[in-house]
Ligand binder design. Structure first.
Ligand SMILES: [Zn+2]
Length: 81
């Protein structure tokens, strides 16, 4: 499992402790590339994926269900979790 970028849990959760796999306090930052365009996101096992801007702000428009970025994200998730 990929080490989280940070985890603020006070529950003895020291990465890469497996606790983080389901941890509401652990956050991973990542990016996937689709047709030459990079999509930045943050991921939390409890709250899911939020696509973000370069400055880390949630994008106003999140990808629709049909967007191929989800398939790319699924591969990222399969690889690291
Ligand atoms: Zn954790």
């Amino acid at each position: 499992m990929l080490k989280p970028d940070f985890c603020t849990s006070l529950n003895g959760c020291i990465p890469p402790n497996k606790h983080c796999r389901d941890c509401s306090h652990a956050v991973w930052f990542g990016e996937v590339e689709v047709i030459g365009k990079k999509h930045l996101f943050q991921f939390n096992p409890q709250y899911g994926v939020t696509f973000v801007t370069k400055s880390g702000e949630p994008r106003v428009r999140q990808p629709s269900e049909k967007n191929p970025v989800w398939e790319a994200w699924g591969k990222w998730h399969d690889e690291f979790f």
